[in-house]
Design a protein around this ligand. Structure first.
Ligand code: HPA
Length: 232
């Protein structure tokens, strides 16, 4: 038990998938897992532990932004001895050749966030995901016939901003923008754990195309199935 998680230590699996939204968390657990148990309700930040094809997994909602993801992933790694976290969420496309609903597997997270500096004095602005998790994601995608883009994302603190992102895209090769990977990868690197992220494009910052809820749900399912098939 921690200030933000009421689960008993043994109720959290060693492998955790983290969507941002607590209701998505419940939907994933109910649709894909067997023997599910609700293991956290503090702040309605729902978490469920169950089995996917016999493998034990916890689905834990991160909330939005680095501070929220930072708290939950730190406590899971440090106090619940979680070994691997895969973030599953949405992103906004920053390049024209990325289309709505495309799946992006994050290679590096670029951020101006101070999260890593506050955590351990680290000054880098570019943090990598886990090569081991990425190779499992790659193998699962190949088996399932799913294609995805592998590249960098910009992890932003401001969802609404007046700045144009062109220089970020150019200088750091960011395909998309989201708001949680930098805290997750910071915690993994500081605590010696593994973390990666699989995202789907929910909006396009160049073409301004919009998704429908139904289309969003279908592409979300593809991403979740890929994450679940990647766990060992
Ligand atoms: N900005 C930041 N995070 C996001 C976006 C966005 O446009 N879309 C989905 N997550």
């Amino acid at each position: 038990m921690t200030p933000h998680i009421e689960a008993k230590k043994e109720d959290i699996a060693k492998i955790v998938l983290m969507p941002g939204d607590p209701l998505r968390c419940r939907m994933i657990a109910e649709k894909y897992l067997t023997d599910i148990k609700l293991v956290n309700t503090i702040r309605n930040q729902y978490a469920y532990t169950g089995y996917y094809k016999g493998k034990r997994v916890t689905i834990f909602s991160s909330g939005m932004g680095c501070p929220s993801m930072g708290i939950y992933s730190y406590e899971l790694f440090k106090f619940y001895e979680v070994e691997e976290i895969i973030r599953v969420g949405s992103c906004g496309a920053l390049v024209e050749d990325l289309k709505l609903y495309d799946v992006v597997v994050v290679e590096n997270s670029y951020s101006l966030s101070n999260y890593l500096y506050e955590l351990e004095g680290g000054l880098t602005r570019l943090l990598p995901s886990s090569e081991e998790l990425n190779s499992r994601i790659y193998n699962a995608a190949k088996k399932m016939g799913i294609s995805y883009r592998f590249g960098n994302v910009h992890c932003a603190d401001a969802f609404y901003n007046e700045l144009n992102s062109e220089s970020i895209v150019k200088d750091f090769n960011c395909l998309a923008v989201e708001m949680e990977t930098f805290a997750l990868f910071s915690n993994a690197s500081t605590l010696g754990k593994k973390a990666s992220a699989i995202l789907t494009v929910s909006d396009h910052l160049i073409t301004h195309e919009k998704t429908t809820p139904e289309e969003r749900q279908n592409s979300f399912n593809t991403m979740i199935e890929l994450a679940l098939e990647s766990i060992e």
